[in-house]
Design a protein around this ligand. Structure first.
Ligand code: C5P
Length: 248
């Protein structure tokens, strides 16, 4: 069905990033064709390992923005080389692990600026990964050997990302109230774990509705199964836009 978006729903669309957690290339392309006018961005990770840079180009050619979720972590020069490659590919967002250190993040940031200026491209936003939500305090402290509470580490790594010229972090919308006022206003927050009211939580433990996540200060909501597993994907995406628009 065709939906005529109001101005607020058009603004809401910019908050929605569809996680393309689909393995088949044709199915991915079908989802992009079906939904590009209702979602502002597409997150690609395993699709990249399955189909390579061509899948990123294909989504961009269809009019979608891409968040390339490859979570780089390596020596500074290597991550700068990755950053150059993804900037040339035309992605709008990509990420790296803050635990790779400030030198690594600064090297990536410097290369992104040089390449985008040289080629007259819009620089992608660089996003830091702090503590993965799959890591427990026990694993952080006793396996990885990092002391302290998870939320303190998330905040200190978010600050390190900011100091190293990254644009934002990935975190749970539920954590925003603890960290947002300690970081600059223009910092960018990408939040997964989003579920509209009445939709299955699947394996997500801490979830938030789209409108609550935006109210909490999310900049971009990563939403996967609530859209691509829906019986009517366009309707599911449109209802999410209506929900977000209600708080804009
Ligand atoms: O289907 P669902 O909306 O749960 O998908 C969420 C997406 O966000 C998946 O691609 C998942 O890998 C990603 N993600 C997450 N939790 C994190 C980081 C990323 O669910 N902490």
């Amino acid at each position: 069905m065709e939906y005529k978006l109001t101005d607020k729903e058009k603004s809401a669309r910019e908050y929605v990033c569809l996680a393309l957690d689909i393995s088949d290339k044709e199915e991915i392309e079908k989802a992009v064709d079906e939904l590009w006018d209702l979602v502002g961005c597409f997150k690609i990770h395993t699709a990249f390992t399955n189909h390579g840079p061509e899948i990123v180009k294909s989504v961009i050619n269809k009019g979608g923005k891409v968040f390339l979720d490859l979570k780089f972590h390596d020596i500074p020069n290597t991550v700068a080389n990755y950053a150059e490659a993804v900037t040339k590919l035309g992605v709008s967002y990509f990420n790296m692990h803050v635990s790779g250190g400030t030198e690594m993040m600064k090297a990536a940031s410097k290369r992104v600026s040089e390449v985008s200026m040289g080629l007259n491209l819009v620089p992608p936003k660089m996003i830091g990964m702090t503590v993965l939500t799959s890591i427990s305090k026990d694993v952080l402290n006793n396996e990885i050997g990092i002391e302290g509470e998870i939320e303190d580490k998330v905040l200190s790594w978010a600050k390190l990302a900011k100091e190293s010229a990254l644009d934002g972090i990935v975190c749970s919308a539920a954590d925003l109230d603890k960290i947002k006022d300690k970081l600059p206003d223009d910092f960018f927050y990408i939040t997964p774990g989003i579920r509209p009211v009445g939709v299955s939580h699947d394996d997500q433990v801490r979830v938030m509705t789209p409108s609550n996540a935006v109210k909490a200060g999310s900049s971009l909501l990563v939403i996967g199964r609530a859209i691509y597993k829906a019986e009517d994907r366009r309707k599911a995406a449109y209802e999410i836009l209506q929900d977000i628009a209600s708080v804009l």
